[in-house]
Design a protein around this ligand. Structure first.
Ligand code: FE2
Length: 375
């Protein structure tokens, strides 16, 4: 059975206007080394820092940027810090999917009135570059959303951070442009709870959904619904495990992350062949599908502009829907726990998430699970 793709209905009232993703903050065991990896492997540029040298005593944070993508890597400087607890529990992972708003207090008031739990009350941060307003609410697991209002701030990131002057000699840009979507894994039976949260509390709507008939392989399955904000710049697919014969990739994630959290971040490029070639040269490891995937690719997708041999050499997948096609590839997890990984995506008309690739992809993931002894 194929679920019809649901095209978004117009939003009646966009009570939480979001301009887009502001930044994604990771809590990690060693922020200096994490930032180094994202600069040399993924091509980000170091733009700001906060730590003991700038007057922050309990933590160190590195802000890296590539076009519109901004990641922050933060580590604690002592064992009893909540950040250390987060890392002990989850390993390196996403703490905050921060959202860019025009009015942080209003975003906080609207969402908490609708049931969100406050993590940080509205606060004004100031330095000589101006002021920013922030407030945070809880999402799935230990993940939070910080609303960032920066219209009166002129510094490089946020008050308290020092700009890194000059060129970043380590950065090797690869053409990653913006965050396309951020996927959360939640426990069995919890997907609809979080779908309701994003609809009722955040004012999102359902963009697409897939069930375990769409997404099942011999061993494992998952269910997924994609929630989107009004301008479609913020898209959050939510996965939960479905019953399969053996342990699904979502269960493996939940076990090693010790709870719900961000599974992957998809980053868009305008030239996936160049981007993936550069990432590969710089040491990023991708999942591979069997070469038979490419045998009948054109029959499935119709004509595409990219040379098949190049896609096959790099392991890039293609899927088409009624609006166009898209190309995508997934990295291996970027830490030792099989948790967070990345997707590189190029959209050519299609707004889909690559449903036609799920089977080949999940079989590739399961081969990796089996190598880890987790299938
Ligand atoms: Fe994705």
């Amino acid at each position: 059975m194929q679920q019809a793709l649901e095209h978004p209905a117009p939003v009646e009232q966009d009570f939480l206007p979001l301009n887009g993703t502001d930044h994604i903050e990771f809590y990690v065991g060693n922020a200096r080394q994490a930032a180094h990896y994202y600069r040399t492997a993924f091509g980000f540029r170091l733009v700001a820092y906060r730590g003991p040298e700038t007057g922050t005593r309990d933590r160190a944070s590195y802000v890296v940027v590539q076009n519109k993508i901004r990641f922050v890597f933060t580590t604690a400087l002592g064992p009893d810090h909540p950040i250390s607890g987060h890392v002990r529990q989850h390993g390196d992972g996403v703490r905050d999917i921060a959202l860019w708003v025009d009015d942080a207090e209003r975003a906080w008031r609207e969402t908490t009135n609708r049931g969100a739990r406050t993590v940080r009350e509205p606060e004004t941060l100031q330095d000589d570059q101006g002021e920013a307003r922030i407030a945070s609410i809880a999402a799935y697991g230990d993940t939070i959303h910080t609303f960032v209002e920066r219209r009166n701030y002129h510094g490089v990131f946020l008050p308290g951070f020092s700009a890194i002057e000059g060129e970043d000699a380590l950065a090797r840009p690869v053409g990653l442009k913006h965050v396309d979507h951020v996927v959360g894994n939640v426990e069995l039976g919890q997907m609809n709870h979080w779908v309701d949260f994003y609809r009722d509390v955040m004012g999102f709507r359902m963009f697409k959904h897939f069930d375990d008939q769409d997404i099942s392989t011999e061993y494992s399955a998952l269910m997924s619904k994609v929630m989107s904000n009004g301008n479609e710049r913020v898209k959050f697919p939510l996965n939960e495990p479905a019953h399969g014969r053996r342990k699904s990739q979502i269960e493996e994630y939940l076990e090693f992350y010790h709870g719900p959290g961000v599974q992957h971040i998809a980053m868009a490029t305008d030239n996936i062949i160049e981007t993936v070639s550069a990432l590969g040269r710089q040491g990023v490891e991708f999942l591979r599908v069997p070469s038979t995937y490419y045998d009948d690719l054109l029959e499935r997708t119709g004509p595409i502009e990219e040379p098949i041999q190049e896609l096959q050499r790099l392991g890039i997948l293609v899927d088409r829907d009624d609006e166009g096609y898209m190309l995508q590839i997934f990295t291996r997890p970027v830490e030792d726990r099989p948790t967070v990984f990345y997707e590189v995506i190029q959209r050519k008309g299609s707004r889909s998430f690559g449903k036609g690739n799920f089977k080949a992809l999940f079989e590739a993931i399961e081969r990796e699970q089996a190598r880890r002894g987790n299938l």
